[in-house]
Write a protein that binds this ligand. Structure first.
Ligand SMILES: [Zn+2]
Length: 212
């Protein structure tokens, strides 16, 4: 969401490979079609190759990882994942990351915190808790006013998407813009008031919507 999260992930991968001599395997959810097949790509244009994983069965990583290690003739030390929000909470992705950690792999992961409804998105919040203080929240800025923007505003044909549209649209014509609490528009959101329903009031007490 124009916060530089994929660029940051790519920088970490590059630094660990170049200066940490780490063997890193990179994966992404198959749902992420925007970066191109078997690629993760930042808006700036940096990219890296990535193996694609099923979002409903991320456990398929095991045979893929073993095959990669066998081909490389050594064990990988770090496993990196981009766009982890596309792995649903009930997909087993969180448990998979725990298994990888228990097997001695270090994990890098990047994901969106909120979906287009301004609600927690897939496995990102769970992984953020697992990462504790090693979690870094990147900041995007509102396309309307330039203040801190936690929400990805989904726009379809120039119009804000309805609350009832699907959480993940695959290969759709929708676009996303970072928006602050004041400029985040979500027709059909339950609990009426755009201010009252906003999680930002709780999470960013210093945010623009916190004062009446
Ligand atoms: Zn704004």
């Amino acid at each position: 969401m124009a916060s530089g999260k994929t660029r940051h992930l790519l920088t970490e991968i590059d630094t660990l490979r170049k200066y940490g001599n780490k063997k890193i395997a990179v994966f992404k959810p198959r749902t992420d079609v925007r970066s191109g097949m078997n690629l993760i790509k930042s808006r700036k244009g940096d990219e890296d190759t990535a193996e694609e994983l099923s979002v409903t069965n991320p456990l398929e990583i095991w045979p893929m990882l073993r095959a990669k290690e066998s081909a490389a003739g050594c064990r990988f030390q770090v496993i990196a994942f981009d766009e982890v929000q596309f792995f649903p909470r009930d997909s087993g992705f969180f448990q998979l990351v725990n298994q990888l950690l228990n097997e001695g792999y270090d994990i890098l992961a990047s994901g969106l915190a909120f979906d287009f409804r301004g609600e927690p998105f897939g496995s990102t919040p769970d992984l953020a808790m697992l990462a504790e203080d090693r979690c870094m929240w990147m900041t995007a800025y509102c396309t309307k006013c330039g203040t801190r923007a936690p929400y990805p505003q989904r726009i379809i044909d120039g119009t804000p998407a309805h609350y009832n549209s699907q959480q993940v649209l695959v290969g759709g014509d929708e676009t996303y813009e970072p928006r602050c609490d004041d400029h985040f528009v979500l027709p059909g959101r339950p609990m009426a008031g755009p201010d009252d329903a906003s999680p930002q009031r709780k999470i960013w007490p210093g945010g623009v919507a916190a004062t009446e």
